[in-house]
Design a binder for this molecule. Sequence first.
Ligand code: COI
Length: 460
Amino acid sequence: FSVALRCHGKRCRPFPYSTLSKAISRPTLIATSPSAKIQKRYAAQAGASNGTWRPVSVLDEWVAKEARPISLRQLMVFGRSLTESRLISSANYVRTELPVRIAHRIRDMQQLPYVVVTNPHIEEVYQLYYKAFDTFRKFKEIKTLEDNEKFCEVISQNLKGHLTVIPKLAMGILECGRLMDPKELDHFMNVILRSRISRRVIAEQHLSLTETFNSPYFSPGATLSESDFIGEVFIKCFAKDVISRCAKAVTQLARSTNGPQVQVPEVKIDGHLNASFPYILSHLEYIVGELLRNSVQAVIDRHQQQPDHASSPPPPIEVTICEAQEHVIIRISDRGGGIPRDELPYLWSFSKGPQSQKRLENLGQVPRMAATMQELHVTDELGRADLKAPTYLGSLSTLTSRPPNLRLGMGLPLSRVYAEYWAGSLNLHSLEGYGVDAFLQISRLGNKNEQLTTRASMDA
Ligand code: COI
């Protein structure tokens, strides 16, 4: 019955009870992307004479379409010479691309075991996604600037409405940790989060281009300087500047959470201090901010345990920037004692770990959460972002209603989702009893497509 309800398509087909009961008792996957055998049976029921599968619901039609990935370079080239017709084609790209990307994730959710997909938090996300899918797929072709204005309002409302998705998914996944293979749950979470970032990137990029186009200072074809943004893309993102800004914000945060009497470690930056690359600033701020936050807290905690802590400063955190031909690597080294042995296997896990229960309790205190820093920009009542407002930790607690010291256990896995999204990587080496080295690799040419599927390394 529930499965039938989930088939929101017009020509909804009820799920055969025998398959459903098997799904509940084993539990096994609910095969809404049917196996060859089931496809054949449905095809026969649907009257396909040659016995081949054909879509029987609206969702099937959209799932059959492939996402069209973009690169940072494409975003820059497209937005560099903005004209009315380019803005309209950007709107139509977003209008047709969002429902494709959402449809794939709805299908993923349908394929979760019954006990997982009926978890109340996951169910809520499912409903949100189905509503958004329906809204975007039904939106008529955008032909004029007025159509675009209406479309931008719909995007803004959805961006705002989906701020609850991350805590809900995280709670659902933690609650289901024992009902499904944690590896599969983590894989599901990685894919759904990466896809969410991708949708927010294309949606926000379009809002941002529209804002630029509507600005009284905008003149079509004007040459941009390197310090400019094209939409959301920062053309020349200097690693050193981002690290310094994040270090400042993290230091302030550490002072306010640990008290003024506690000594906060210095963050030293060396290496290729002029390294720059095109990037979405908010993504980099998120990753660097989370890594520094972990390092700073670990060093403070360890330093507090030293008998002479009051008379000697804590060891600094050393950040090295290394610029190679195709990559920029940022290494963050701390002497915070390393990662406890029992936490190591779950470092990248959304679904399992020794602190699962605590994480669940903490997440319960977070009704909305900006997991992308784009979401942290100040928004107006329509949810439209004030894109150039100062970001990161300064606004973290106000906009997300997340107390800054509340540990959700998502910072590391989510940072890796961000890093890999633009074809980079994030790895950690823990030296037991000494400290941690984190390696963030960024693809510096901006020519790599967004990575919508997960890597073999992550799935292993
Ligand atoms: C999300 O934030 O989960 C989205 O899918 C946003 C999109 C509907 C604009």
